[in-house]
Design a protein around this ligand. Structure first.
Ligand code: FAD
Length: 459
């Protein structure tokens, strides 16, 4: 049996360990280190960034995970300030249905005026608002069903409604029957003045790379156990044990739900309930590089298929990478099921969609990338979702609350208003850094000597 070996070394002051080097973990570590604290980050994978995952294997940057800085007008969107600080160039887009080129099942282009799209948005929003009082357990699916049965959406062709719904579902990483009206209303309220979305030239990972500079990050260090029975917290990763006074957990909700980290003692019941109750969504991408561009200079398009989720929403990356690249983004149950399929099956199904819109003579792709976030060890899903009958405020506040003021929790799922977003995740890191600085002010540190392991394997 492998026994951890503690090589204690005296160090001054408080020792902080951050578990996870996604944007939230890097945010908390950066802030604390810049404020003078001693911080070490333990990251399970062989790279930093987590769900910010820029792939350069084709010779140019493509995003397997986060793609847009969303909500560029929202006050407190730190990615916008970081973008300016780093001098990053972006491509501004809006992801409204009105910006999509829409193809119906026969491959014909369907147009609808911006006013008509606004009419759909307004009716869905209003119906959701009323439903939230009359029947709070209603979902987006119920609202759409009701509006349809009353003929209030009959002015819009099927493809338009499908494209509109699919946008909401992608944002929520869930299907219409799992999106409660309460979440829809919050989303409408948040998005009202949120602004546009921006893609970052050169790769989204420039943010995480910047945040990581000068930090002590130990890669390939999957934390499996955290013992916080005594003052000193023991954190076990591989055959090593690290000692700390404060630990910040910034792993995904999926990792917490699968109990990949054992806590001794067990986490409090309310915390476990929050972990297990918050919905955990699924989105994925299939990215194609073709020998040439056959879709023109359109940036977003939607191709109607019988199954609304089946490779219907597409984005061109040509402006970003100057290469003929398009990708499809899909969500919910369809995304969960697709992850289990072979590459060949996924490519064939995705190509079926493109052929509906652009004909059977389109070329075969030269290269492809397929994400399977649910199967990605140490991530195990995409982002947290607005669950059915879920009291988001209560659950996410509970998830974010520290245990014994020693174990702190960051990560997108701990954000009440900005979950799922990278800027939201970063804010949770800074939120926890602030709590730690208040509880453990640097000028009052008379904490016990911290033991840091440089460790050795004992057989
Ligand atoms: C396909 C996709 C598209 C997206 N698109 C966007 C978008 O366009 N815009 C946007 O704002 N957001 C988007 N998101 C969401 C965004 O990527 C996430 O909300 C955000 O990156 C989460 O950051 P985090 O720090 O909370 O978690 P993570 O990025 O998951 O970081 C957690 C880290 O913890 C590590 N870890 C896990 N277990 C352990 C362990 N036991 N020991 C040590 N380390 C461990 C993981 O390896 C990971 O590096 C997208 C996500 C996906 C999947």
């Amino acid at each position: 049996m492998l026994q951890p070996f503690y090589a204690f070394s005296e160090s001054e002051g408080l020792k902080i360990l951050v578990v996870g080097a996604g944007i939230s973990g890097l945010g908390v570590a950066r802030d604390l280190q810049d404020s003078g604290y001693k911080v070490t980050v333990l990251e399970a994978r062989n790279k930093i960034g987590g769900r910010i995952d820029t792939d350069r294997s084709l010779g140019f940057p493509l995003e397997r995970g986060a793609n847009w800085i969303h909500s560029n007008q929202v006050e407190g969107n730190l990615l916008m300030s970081l973008k300016d600080e780093l001098g990053l160039k972006t491509n501004i887009s809006t992801l409204d249905t009105s910006d999509f080129k829409l193809f119906n099942k026969e491959g014909k282009v369907v147009t609808l005026s911006e006013e008509d799209i606004e009419k759909i948005e307004f009716r869905v929003g209003l119906a959701a608002y009323i439903a939230s009082y009359v029947k709070p357990s209603s979902t987006l699916g119920d609202v759409i069903g009701l509006l349809k049965s009353l003929g209030l959406l009959s002015f819009a062709p099927d493809v338009v409604l499908k494209a509109f719904l699919q946008q909401l579902e992608l944002g929520a990483a869930e299907d219409e029957e799992n999106i409660p009206v309460s979440a829809l209303i919050s989303e409408y309220a948040y998005m009202e003045d949120a602004g546009d979305d921006e893609e970052v030239f050169g790769g989204f990972d420039q943010f995480t790379n910047h945040l990581s500079k000068g930090l002590d990050i130990k890669l390939n260090s999957p934390v499996s156990k955290i013992n916080y029975l005594s003052d000193k917290i023991e954190v076990f990763a591989n055959d090593k044990a690290y000692m700390a006074d404060v630990v910040v957990i910034s792993v995904s909700l999926g990792v917490l739900q699968k109990n990949l980290i054992e806590f001794i003692p067990d986490l409090p019941v309310e915390k476990k309930e929050a972990i297990n109750s918050i919905s955990w969504g699924s989105v994925n991408k299939v990215i194609f590089k073709f020998p040439y561009n056959f879709w023109g200079n359109v940036e977003n398009f939607f191709i109607e298929r019988e199954d609304r989720h089946a490779f219907t929403t597409w984005f061109s990356s040509e402006v970003m990478v100057n290469e003929p690249v398009v990708y499809s983004f899909f969500s919910g149950e369809f995304s969960r099921n697709m992850e289990k399929e072979t590459d060949d099956y996924i490519l064939e199904e995705a190509m079926k969609s493109l052929k509906v819109a652009y004909g059977n003579d389109i070329p075969e792709p030269e290269a492809h990338l397929i994400s399977r976030w649910g199967m990605e060890p140490y991530i195990l899903g995409s982002y947290s979702a607005p669950g059915h009958n879920q009291d988001d405020l209560k659950l996410r506040t509970e998830l974010a609350s520290p245990v014994q003021n020693k174990i702190f929790f960051a990560g997108e799922a701990t954000s009440v208003l900005e979950y799922a977003f990278t800027h939201g995740a970063l804010n949770t890191g800074l939120r926890e850094a602030k709590k730690i600085k208040e509880l453990y002010p640097l000028d009052q540190q008379s904490y016990p000597v911290t033991a840091i392991n440089n460790s050795v394997t004992v057989k």
